[in-house]
Design a binder for this molecule. Structure first.
Ligand code: F6P
Length: 515
């Protein structure tokens, strides 16, 4: 894409006359049909499931969609997507492909074969543990951070509300309190430790792993390293650290940390829910890969979502986007999406190293409904900042209580989207400014049939592709994360006491007794 073409298309988007949501609905009887779609998939033994996506309460209209489709072509989206699925070097700064899709059956024949073999190896270990091959196993402490923790934590939390075959504790923070809390909930004699690290060098993870082994040994476990399972793309390091090769579950270097749930990093999920549900999660993700690969322009759900993201971030200047799941099972989704979107697209330069000609990733935040309504929704309804919101809800309830609970959950979800859009004044005379709601505030809704393992996989894959689509439209590489390195280096320098620090940092080090 030449920068002139790029700039001209962005100028066209910027110059489009903004219309209110009310006007957009009034002008087009077909608006709902045009901006909503159902993505349906069938998973063997799990039946049919689907998600209804509704973008009609966003400001996208025919003209904007036409221009975004122009931008899609100019940005070389088709070629980039093809490169993603065919093992092209889509991560140029690290000279790598991004093969997370192959871990769930979407990629080159060779990559998919490798993914299947790694999955089969993990399945054998998971089934052997369930069958007692490692003695009685009641608990797993999964130690990892960032992409080696957030996906497993989300999936275990979402999928084990009814049944958990092994009690899983995910520990990421180097703050010893996190590990102590996990120890308090586990019996050392029946606990396994999973050390999850792509590099097997991350300070937090390796420090926590050593402390976990010490805890086992101090509590009567005679062979602590025999209780460790390593999940890594660096098996040599794991062997060096003392893990037996038979208990190393490797994954390819080309699978990025925040895209690694589908690989052996998903081991705690498989151990907690069983291989059948883990495989269903992969199948749900695969169904979305297929949709993303085969649909064009506005008919492509993740791409359409990226159009809205780009519109609000770059045209309307929104600094954040919020995600509210009206489902307790997705309580950890905002945390997961924060890493996925902000570590992938929080960049200032293009893949070619040129400055990006506009804002990049918005700040992702969110929570669960209805809790968030009683905490942060005030700002969404009456604050001065415009925040595009995603709502996510399931038609089938996750609970077995009186159906009144689920009915109220869905009612509230739909009411919030409607209220944000409609606005109004709640005072008796309709004139009190404190009770005025400006309205015209955008939202999108994901309404899924049933939030089972397959649907969770589908929702996560949808957001991976949405992130990728955003990156392509902005011309940036979503698969590196050099922005995390400087802080790591500074921490090492502070730890070693070497180097010169600014007066503020030096004073803090002194006050804390670090020097
Ligand atoms: O510091 C950022 C990061 O590299 C993330 O991208 C990654 O998910 C996390 O650290 C953990 O890395 P590893 O899996 O190598 O321990």
């Amino acid at each position: 894409m030449t920068s002139d073409t790029h700039a001209a298309i962005w100028a066209k988007l910027e110059n489009a006359k903004p219309q209110t949501l009310e006007q957009l609905f009034a002008q087009d009887d077909n608006r709902l049909a045009k901006l909503s779609q159902r993505i349906e998939f069938q998973i063997p033994d799990h039946g049919t499931n689907g998600m209804l996506l509704d973008w009609s309460k966003t400001h996208l209209d025919d003209a904007l969609l036409d221009t975004f489709e122009e931008l899609t072509d100019a940005a070389g989206f088709d070629a980039a997507r093809e490169a993603l699925f065919s093992g092209g070097i889509i991560n140029p700064t690290e000279g790598r492909p991004a093969t997370h899709g192959a871990m769930r059956g979407s990629g080159t024949e060779g990559d998919v074969e490798e993914g299947n073999a790694l999955l089969a190896r993990m399945g054998m270990l998971v089934n052997a543990i369930h069958d007692g091959a490692l003695g009685e196993v009641k608990h797993l402490i999964h130690i990892g951070i960032g992409g080696s923790a957030l996906g497993p934590d989300l999936a275990v939390d979402a999928l084990t509300r009814d049944l958990q075959l092994v009690d899983v504790h995910v520990v990421s923070n180097i703050d010893g309190l996190a590990l102590e809390q996990a120890f308090a909930g586990c019996d050392p004699a029946t606990t396994l430790i999973a050390v999850a690290s792509k590099t097997f060098t991350t300070t937090e993870t390796m420090t926590n792993a050593s402390s976990a082994l010490k805890w086992l040994s101090e509590n009567g476990v005679t062979d602590p390293s025999g209780r460790v399972i390593a999940l890594t793309a660096n098996p040599e390091k794991a062997v060096e650290w003392g893990v037996d090769e038979t208990r190393i579950l490797p994954f390819p270097e080309s699978v990025g940390g925040r895209y690694s749930l589908w690989s052996s990093i998903g081991f705690p999920v498989a151990l907690a829910v069983g291989m059948e549900d883990f495989t269903a999660m992969l199948a749900g993700a695969h169904a979305i890969d297929k949709h993303f690969r085969e649909s064009a322009g506005r008919a492509n759900g993740p791409l359409l979502a990226a159009y809205a993201d780009q519109y609000y971030s770059r045209i309307r200047g929104c600094q954040t986007r919020a995600v509210f799941a009206y489902d307790e099972r997705l309580a950890l989704l905002p945390d997961y999406l924060q890493q996925l979107e902000m570590e992938s697209n929080g960049k200032s330069v293009t893949a070619e190293g040129e400055p990006v000609n506009g804002e990049t990733a918005a700040i992702t935040w969110g929570g669960v409904g209805t809790d968030a309504q009683h905490a942060v929704f005030q700002l969404l309804h009456q604050g001065t900042r415009l925040v595009p919101v995603d709502f996510i809800a399931s038609i089938a309830p996750g609970d077995e209580l009186d159906p009144a609970h689920h009915k109220a959950l869905l009612t509230n979800c739909f009411a919030q989207g409607a209220a944000l859009m409609a606005g109004g004044n709640m005072s008796a005379d309709g004139k009190d400014p404190a009770r005025a709601f400006p309205g015209d505030r955008p939202s999108a809704t994901f309404l899924v049939d049933d939030l089972d393992a397959a649907m969770l996989g589908a929702l996560i894959a949808f957001h991976e592709h949405r992130t990728f689509a955003n990156a392509v439209l902005m011309g940036i590489n979503p698969f590196d994360q050099f922005g995390v390195e400087l802080g790591k280096k500074m921490a090492k320098d502070i730890d070693s006491g070497e180097g010169q620090f600014d007066p503020s940092t030096s004073a803090l080090m002194k006050a804390a007794g670090l020097v």
